[in-house]
Design a protein around this ligand. Structure first.
Ligand code: DC
Length: 233
């Protein structure tokens, strides 16, 4: 088996919304001393900027133009990571339900996927990174050394999202939130370009009845095992 890349391995974490990817990616990155890249936040930033610019979600030429002039960067802020779009901190604004649904629509468009694919590959190439998203193990880094596919039932994912929204003071009912999770899954799985699906060589983890700590331990062990193999490669 080949030795790992310059800064370590590439870890791909894919799965539907609400499966726990964000929390786990953050914790795993801290344990391994790796950089974490939230690719969903990049698609969300494109969605927000397209809304502001009045570009329709099916206007491929407009979206391509927008992406050409858009610089997305992540900056560390203590324990958190802030997302900047052309230098503006959009971390909070991209998290609304409205932007979430719009993101699901614009992330299905080819020019948007092509533009972000280039950015994501450049960000991760040296390794020592964990990328979370929908197509990391299948399209962005099919050669990632470690791949996880994290899932949970739609009800459980909706419940987690509802608690998150309530903690932020956002208005929503549990039923509505579950319905939106199901709607988003359908859009993400049914699209033509880079649909959400498990890579054949990904380790599937169903987190419905597991604690964050339990999942984290499984993931950390898998990465460390791969690092030991890489050192011998
Ligand atoms: O992970 P998230 O909820 O922030 O993602 C928002 C949307 O972006 C989601 O509907 C799917 C899309 N997405 C994608 O298509 N590919 C990725 N690598 C990450 C997110």
């Amino acid at each position: 088996m080949s030795a790992v890349r310059e800064n370590g391995v590439i870890v791909a974490i894919d799965g539907p919304s609400g499966a726990g990817k964000s929390s786990l990616t953050k914790l795993l990155a801290r344990r391994l001393g790796y950089i974490h890249i939230d690719t969903g936040a990049m698609f969300r930033a494109v969605a927000l900027m397209s809304k502001r610019a009045g570009i329709a979600s099916d206007d491929d030429a407009g979206l391509a133009e927008l992406c050409r002039g858009l610089e997305i960067t992540f900056v560390r802020d203590g324990e958190n990571c802030r997302v900047l779009a052309n230098g503006e901190d959009v971390s909070r604004e991209i998290r609304s339900e409205e932007i979430g649904l719009l993101t699901s629509a614009i992330s299905a468009r080819k020019p948007v996927r092509e533009a972000l694919l280039i950015m994501q590959r450049a960000m991760g190439a040296k390794g020592g990174v964990i990328l979370e998203g929908r197509d990391i193990g299948t399209v962005v880094f099919p050669d990632a050394e470690v791949k996880f596919f994290l899932s949970a039932s739609a009800e459980e994912r909706g419940r987690r999202r509802y608690l998150e929204l309530a903690a932020r003071g956002d208005q929503a009912t549990l039923e509505e939130t579950i319905a939106k999770v199901i709607q988003r899954d359908r859009q993400d799985e049914g699209r033509e370009h880079a649909p959400l699906k498990q890579a054949e060589d990904a380790l599937p983890i169903d987190s419905t009845s597991l604690s964050i700590d339990q999942v984290l331990t499984v993931m950390e062990n898998a990465v460390r095992e791969r690092l030991v193999q890489g050192d011998k490669g």
